[in-house]
Design a protein around this ligand. Structure first.
Ligand SMILES: C[S@@+](CC[C@H](N)C(=O)[O-])C[C@H]1O[C@@H](n2cnc3c(N)ncnc32)[C@H](O)[C@@H]1O
Length: 234
């Protein structure tokens, strides 16, 4: 995808109008595919920016970084990533939902942050685990809704991430606060137990590789982030 030299009329579309379009599409998809979408709104700026911590704190400021974003949705985190990308960086933006993936592809030519680095981005419409293991990343940012998945699905995804993550590389991922507590009150017992089991798998990986956690309250809904690091030697 070639970067546009001059901003097009669409790239000057006010941010507010763009935000309304993002939310409209997100809500429609959440309504039809809530299990995979796993949220009621795109991530806000505080959450999106906090997820890019390891682009701001680069291990080697002179080396290009290879980045994977899993579950890019309508692209709020992709934009925060793109705004921090430098020459030599590349990013794979992966999204399983065809509507979101096509929207995201369009944004790589119309959105100012994404179009600036369009020739360094690849949008994949795929399940992240279908990307294959013949690739490697310095940073993985995951927006996948683990709370909606089974424990087996969560384990498969973490195993994939730690296969394609380079030694010393980072994984940052998020979820929403208090979902388990809410489900304990309102969800059928089986559904509560499914989420509890998948959250134990998440905890297992956090306990093994976690290097920091954050709470992002100014987000709808409020969120947590975990940052993990793959050891250089295991
Ligand atoms: C909670 S939304 C996050 C969207 C966006 N990153 C944000 O922060 O607003 C999760 C996204 O992951 C996508 N998704 C779910 N399972 C996926 C998978 N296995 N591989 C790739 N994308 C997936 C959904 O379609 C949805 O867009």
């Amino acid at each position: 995808m070639a970067a546009t030299e001059t901003p097009s009329i669409t790239s000057e579309r006010p941010a507010l109008e763009q935000g309304v379009r993002d939310i409209g599409l997100f809500l429609r998809q959440a309504f039809h595919t809530f299990r995979a979408t796993g949220a009621v709104a795109p991530s806000g700026p505080a959450l999106s920016n906090a997820l890019t911590r390891f682009l701001d704190e680069r291990a080697d400021p002179n080396a290009g970084m290879s980045i994977l974003e899993a579950g890019a949705g309508t692209g709020p985190v992709s934009r925060a990533v793109a705004a921090r990308m430098r020459e030599g960086d590349t990013a794979d933006l992966v999204e399983s939902n065809a509507e979101f993936a096509s929207y995201l592809s369009d944004l790589t030519t119309t959105d100012p942050a994404l179009s600036r680095v369009a020739d360094q981005l690849t949008v994949h419409q795929a399940l992240v685990t279908d990307l294959g293991t013949d690739r490697s990343y310095d940073l993985i940012i995951s927006g996948l809704p683990f709370a909606n998945f089974t424990a087996e699905e969560v384990r498969e995804i973490f195993e994939y991430y730690f296969t394609v993550l380079r030694p010393g590389g980072h994984l940052s991922f998020f979820g929403y606060l208090y979902t388990k507590e809410v489900k304990a009150v309102i969800a059928p017992r089986e559904e509560y137990l499914r989420q509890a089991r998948s959250s134990w798998v998440v905890e297992e990986w956090v306990n093994r590789y976690g290097i920091g956690s954050e709470r992002i309250l100014p987000n709808i809904p409020p969120a947590w982030i975990h940052h993990l690091r793959k050891p250089v030697e295991e």
